[in-house]
Design a protein around this ligand. Structure first.
Ligand SMILES: Nc1ncnc2c1ncn2[C@@H]1O[C@H](COP(=O)(O)OP(=O)(O)OP(=O)(O)O)[C@@H](O)[C@H]1O
Ligand SMILES: [Mg+2]
Length: 467
């Protein structure tokens, strides 16, 4: 409670003095005002956490001041001091927003206890607000979105490795966000003022990769018409991101290993040794451990690159992040394409949730961008989604046990029930030739209720008929 601020309001100086002494042991800062009007001015400027105020004062009474104080944007807690035997007034004060009251004449201990309770409540509320904010923050980390436990771990690792210069290997299927993570590490590191250079090792044949990495002198090979700096040089003072590292030939691997060991190299066809200060982050969507065992990847290089590894799980293994990512992409692409899409309906969200997303976050992002561009209304509907996603999601209804069992029980149960409902209704629709009225009769349901239910569950009879 050392950082708390208490405002004492009483027209009698001696009374303020008495209170100040009573509260001294609580710590924190104590300020004073001699009447209600003064209290208002000071409260606005100083934003005290707690006000202890006499109810009977000339000028502006404690009551009037209380009402005005309670209208402040984040009002302080207020304890009123009432005259002996005026319980009614005290109750009225509480009704008008006072936190507590204390009747005159009071014991010093009594005042101290009431004030301490109030300060404890304040610090608890402050802590809750802080926790709530922290929770909210953890839905993203820089530009990386994700609330699942695995992503929280990823955020934690990024935070730690960015304080150092260690080599980081990022593993994950295509589209899981490896480049995004590499970039975030760079941005949070002391190298953020330097360059972030990307080298895609899969895109080029071996001889070109080396020239790209190390640069070349004029005339080093046919076509080398001018001297050229390589990525290692360009990344000096910054971070070099070696993407698709698993596609590098053994020959190039040896050369890269040397740079990592010595931080120096020569340009192709050059004699001069160039010294650089580069942090390496690499990424792969292959099983590099297996490649190492099979002899396709150098073991010594593997261990050098993987001082710390960060593994990005496929999206289907963190279904809890799907809604979060979807909503954020809807917002982002509506802004980008100047559309007024306010959200996504339950049926569409259901399809998105059930689809296995083999292309991971990139595929989700592309699907939402296309849906936003094509959407007619201001909510995304099932029909706005790319057909291959709608179709596959229907197929995925067949397996209720594909539900992510890492979900909280309640959410898991909800999904199990919904999946079971879907399977049941799809079966009934099939038995009734996909005729809604007939199916509704068979289920002893109203036609409209059935339609509503189908919409909620994301079942589109048209899609079923096409199968
Ligand atoms: N957690 C995430 N939050 C927000 N956007 C993400 C997230 N993960 C990926 N993305 C977005 O998805 C797209 C693909 O991400 P990225 O290029 O980093 O994937 P990758 O793992 O490098 O894929 P590849 O192996 O195919 O190169 C990018 O547009 C990226 O911004
Ligand atoms: Mg990539």
């Amino acid at each position: 409670m050392l950082d708390s601020k208490i405002l004492l309001v009483d027209d009698e100086k001696s009374a303020r003095y008495g209170m100040r002494r009573a509260l001294a042991s609580l710590g924190g800062k104590v300020i004073e005002a001699a009447n209600g009007r003064e209290a208002l001015g000071i409260a606005e400027k100083e934003e005290p956490d707690l006000i202890i105020m006499d109810i009977a004062m000339p000028e502006m009474t404690g009551f009037e001041a209380l009402e005005k104080l309670c209208q402040m944007p984040s009002p302080p807690l207020i304890i009123m001091i009432t005259a002996h035997g005026s319980e009614k007034v005290a109750v009225e004060a509480m009704k008008r927003g006072a936190y507590d009251y204390i009747a005159k004449p009071y014991e010093v201990d009594e005042l101290r206890m009431v004030a301490r309770n109030a300060l404890e409540k304040i610090s608890l509320e402050r802590e809750n607000r802080r926790l709530a904010e922290e929770l909210k923050k953890k839905e993203s980390y820089g530009e990386i979105i994700g609330a699942s436990d695995v992503m929280q771990e990823v955020f934690d690792r990024i935070g730690k490795v960015s304080q150092t210069d260690v080599a980081v290997l990022i593993e994950g299927e295509s589209g899981t966000g490896k480049e995004l993570v590499a970039n975030e590490i760079h941005k949070r590191s002391h190298r953020s003022g330097g360059p972030f250079v990307i080298m895609n090792c899969a895109a080029l044949p071996e001889n070109l990769i080396e020239s790209e990495l190390f640069g070349h002198e004029k005339g080093a090979f046919t076509g080398a018409t001018a001297q050229r700096r390589g990525k290692f040089e360009i990344a000096d003072g910054g971070t070099l991101f070696l993407d698709e590292i698993g596609d590098m030939s053994l020959n190039t691997q040896a050369k890269v290993l040397r740079v990592l060991q010595e931080q120096r190299f020569e340009r192709l066809g050059g004699e001069k040794t160039i010294q650089v200060d580069v942090r390496i982050i690499s990424a792969t969507n292959k099983d590099l451990a297996a490649a190492t065992k099979a002899g396709a990847f150098r073991e010594d290089l593997y261990y050098r690159l993987k001082v710390v590894s960060i593994s990005l799980p496929p999206l289907r293994e963190r279904k809890g992040d799907i809604a979060l990512l979807t909503n954020s992409f809807v917002e982002m692409f509506s802004r980008k394409h100047r559309k007024r899409i306010l959200g996504i309906d339950a049926g569409a969200m259901r399809v998105i949730h059930d689809y296995p997303w083999p292309g991971n976050v990139r595929e989700l992002s592309n699907a939402i961008e296309s849906a936003v561009v094509l959407a007619g209304g201001n909510t995304l509907r099932r029909d706005d989604l790319p057909p291959e996603i709608r179709k596959q999601a229907v197929g995925a209804f067949g397996d209720p046990f594909s539900i992510d069992a890492t979900l909280p029980f309640r959410e898991w149960k909800k999904q199990m029930v919904e999946t079971a409902e879907r399977l049941y209704l799809i079966r009934k629709l099939e038995e009734n030739d996909h005729n809604i009225s007939q199916t509704a009769r068979a289920l002893d349901m109203h036609r409209q209720s059935l339609q509503q239910k189908l919409r909620e569950l994301g079942i589109d009879v048209k899609d079923l008929q096409e199968e």
